[in-house]
Design a protein around this ligand. Structure first.
Ligand code: ATP
Length: 446
């Protein structure tokens, strides 16, 4: 983990947030390369979850959330962790995460600590201005259920996908970006006919495992854990966690829950109780509002299967898998980030042999511009004048292709392409470089 943290800082993937003022625990910033990697991961999820299917719509909702949403979802009462204090050193921590120095010491009885961040909306601060930063993106999907079906005419089964920030005031944030207070989730709420839920639950577990494999996580580093007993969330009929062997141990990367009709049912019932939108309910000719008509025109509250993945935990797992130290034949070592090419922050580096040769540098910029037009991802000109150093840097940040422009490029219209993993170099015609680049990036499934 220390090596990963150091690489992430040195190369500009991830920084401690608010660092110049001493930092805030549990917050991280994504640097120039981190933002690319993170966006690539989110895009891969969006493509496979929304674009490559015919039964999912997307959504992007507000982060600030009405307190009633979280009251009726159960979060106000139950989204808590047990907090204890060590009577000898005064440290506070989660009951199930006792720091080494407190093992065997006398602890206070656990108190339930709510993980939600509260704020207020508008200039007057009173009870009616309270809002929360959402602790999961899911609730806003449920409360938009009717908007989505009315505007898209969907029928079951179908899903609503969202990627966005969530906030949890974790008692003990730790293990780099694994457990943080502000993070991103990729969540799908997949609505199904009750009775078909268990089958869909299994299907989604399989889908999600194979997606992580496509992102470069080997199957044997993943483990499926069926959550039982007290660990099962208040809304869940059954949950399967995809566990990954992080550097600090095997922990949850994604959870796939069968949330039944808990959330839609609860928001429906309570709207009725509060007499909100009673009109709409009557027009629906139904006792329920967050419901959908089946083929027999009966109103039903669907069950929901929820695959919920953490973007930050995904980034950590992917960097951890890709991080490789290779022995070279000349007894030297190289660090190489063997990222899947669709995830690499930089797709190609164009390197002029000499930094102050105007013709070489201009040609490098022209090639960069022509490749950038494909919008496959970022292409850079690496104008350091030191080919060896540029190769080392781009190996370390996972750039799949380096393209060197030398004097042959000017005379014979060729350039040298070097492959990150095999380190093989070959000469190709500059006229063919666009085709080569396109082919190279189109032969990988995402
Ligand atoms: P944990 O038991 O590790 O606290 P959880 O079961 O509370 O996680 P869920 O509520 O199932 O997590 O959230 C879905 C996903 O969101 C998790 O699988 C994880 O990838 C991500 N996630 C949850 N909490 C955090 C956090 N504090 N920091 C980073 N990612 C998180």
């Amino acid at each position: 983990m220390e090596d990963l943290v150091a690489l992430c800082k040195r190369r500009g993937f991830i920084f401690q947030s608010n660092e110049i003022y001493g930092g805030i625990q549990g917050l991280y910033d994504y640097g120039p390369l981190g933002v690319e990697l993170k966006n690539n991961l989110k895009n891969a999820w969006w493509k496979s979850t929304v674009y490559n299917r015919d039964d999912v719509e997307g959504l992007d909702t507000s982060i600030l959330t009405h307190p009633d949403v979280l009251k009726y979802s159960g979060h106000q009462d139950t989204f808590t962790d047990p907090l204890v204090d060590c009577k000898s050193c005064g440290l506070r921590f989660r009951e199930d995460q006792i720091p080494e120095q407190c093992i065997g010491e006398e602890l206070t009885d656990p108190r339930e600590f709510n993980l939600m961040f509260e704020t207020s909306v508008g200039p007057i601060v009173d009870d009616s201005s309270v809002a929360y930063l959402r602790p999961e993106t899911a609730q806003q999907i449920y409360i938009n259920f009717k908007n989505v079906i009315d505007s898209t005419s969907r029928s079951l089964p179908f899903g609503i996908a969202q990627i966005g920030k969530s906030f949890r005031n974790e008692i003990t944030p730790r293990n780099f970006i694994f457990r943080v207070r502000e993070f991103e989730q990729m969540e799908l709420e997949f609505f199904v006919t009750p009775g078909e839920d268990e089958e869909w639950h299994k299907r989604w577990v399989d889908e999600r495992v194979s997606w992580w494999i496509d992102q470069g996580i080997p199957r044997d580093k993943l483990e499926l854990l069926t959550v039982t007993g007290d660990d099962l969330a208040h809304y869940s009929k059954s949950t399967v966690d995809i566990m990954y062997q992080f550097p600090h141990g095997s922990e949850e990367l994604e959870g796939i829950a069968n949330r039944t009709d808990f959330d839609l049912g609860s928001h429906t019932k309570n709207q009725k109780e509060l007499n909100i939108n009673a009109n709409v309910m009557e027009n629906n000719d139904s006792n329920t509002r967050l419901a959908i008509q089946n083929e027999n025109n009966e109103w039903i509250v669907p069950y929901v299967i929820e695959p919920s993945a953490g973007v930050d935990r995904g980034v950590l797992a992917i960097i951890n898998e890709a991080y490789t130290i290779e022995e070279l034949p000349d007894n030297k070592k190289r660090t190489v980030l063997k990222l899947k090419k669709h995830l690499s922050p930089i797709k190609a580096a164009v390197i002029p042999l000499k930094r102050n040769n105007e013709d070489l540098v201009k040609l490098a910029h022209d090639i960069k511009t022509s490749l950038q037009k494909f919008q496959i991802g970022r292409v850079v000109v690496e104008n350091t004048g030191n080919i060896g150093k540029s190769y080392r840097k781009h190996d370390e940040i996972g750039t799949p292709l380096c393209m060197t422009i030398d004097f042959d490029s000017l005379e014979k219209n060729t350039l040298t392409v070097r492959d990150r993993d095999s380190m093989e170099q070959k000469s190709i015609k500059i006229d063919d470089v666009k085709q080569f680049f396109m082919n190279y990036f189109s032969d990988e499934s995402e």
